[in-house]
Ligand binder design. Structure first.
Ligand code: OOG
Ligand code: MG
Length: 266
């Protein structure tokens, strides 16, 4: 349940400030559950929402939503086996080919993701792949940059939800496809760093079908009284394990039919 609460409003505000400061000053912090063991999943989403309000009050604009931990590779890598969601913003929006300073982050990693743009709003509960498909305008390939605000990139589910699912940036590129033009399950992806193959996968790694992630996002949002709005960009979650990046690294993700997306870290 995403709406079960154990903390009061003051504690939620304190934790949002803690996460926000860690991000702004690139100072890793301890998992939130160390000081607040009574925290529940509803509190974690409340902290995420308070973080969103703090960011918006500084003029940062929310540009979309993201699912996380939707593939077995990611669940195994992070030791968290439940899919969760967060938001993405214009602060972390980069263009294809961008040079991204690693100094903006604590310990950045990148992920290859299939993204979609919604034609109509999608509102749960009871969304499924068919309803998600009907609400989608087109598919676009993406790279997500994640950067946990927790020391050593180690967290539990409550801490990572409060930390907006490690969201730090994203790039969309390649070419767009209608759902009728692509088989999302067999869409292959090759993630390279400095010309070396680092990870390989296919769309089906994401909950069996990336559209399951879109349906799950709508259903999770519904539990919190929200929806996926029309026009929203949705990242469906890393297909493979995330890879570390350092200054000087060139990352190119090749998609089978969606083209490629590239960025460089400086
Ligand atoms: C949490 C965010 C996971 C994904 O695509 O699975 C995520 C993390 O691994 O830090 O964005
Ligand atoms: Mg991701």
């Amino acid at each position: 349940m995403l709406n079960v609460r154990g903390l009061d409003a003051a504690a939620v505000a304190t934790l949002a400030e803690r996460v926000d400061n860690a991000s702004r000053h690139r100072q890793p912090i301890a998992m939130l559950t160390v000081d607040y063991p009574q925290m529940k999943l509803g509190d974690a989403y409340a902290v995420q929402s308070a973080l969103r309000v703090r960011m918006e009050s500084r003029g940062i604009r929310v540009t979309g939503l993201k699912m996380g931990l939707t593939s077995r590779a990611k669940m195994l890598q992070m030791g968290v086996s439940e899919s969760l969601h967060g938001f993405i913003t214009d602060e972390g929006a980069y263009g294809e080919g961008a040079e991204i300073p690693v100094a903006r982050y604590i310990h950045p990693r990148v992920e290859a993701e299939i993204a979609v743009v919604m034609k109509t709003a999608l509102k749960g509960p009871d969304c499924d792949v068919a309803r998600a498909a009907a609400a989608i305008d087109f598919v676009v390939p993406a790279i997500e940059i994640i950067d946990s605000r927790f020391a050593e990139f180690k967290f539990d589910i409550l801490s990572v939800v409060a930390d907006n699912t490690s969201a730090a940036g994203y790039v969309v590129g390649g070419r767009t496809r209608r759902l009728s033009e692509i088989d999302l399950l067999t869409e292959g992806v090759v993630l390279t760093r400095n010309g070396q193959v680092a990870e390989v996968g296919a769309g089906a790694a994401v909950l069996g079908n990336p559209l399951e992630a879109v349906a799950m996002l709508a259903n999770q949002r519904a539990q919190l009284g929200g929806e996926i709005p029309a026009g929203c960009l949705v990242l469906t979650g890393g297909i493979t394990a995330a890879i570390h990046v350092a200054a000087g690294d060139a990352v190119v993700v090749h998609y089978q039919s969606l083209g490629s997306v590239r960025i460089r870290f400086v």
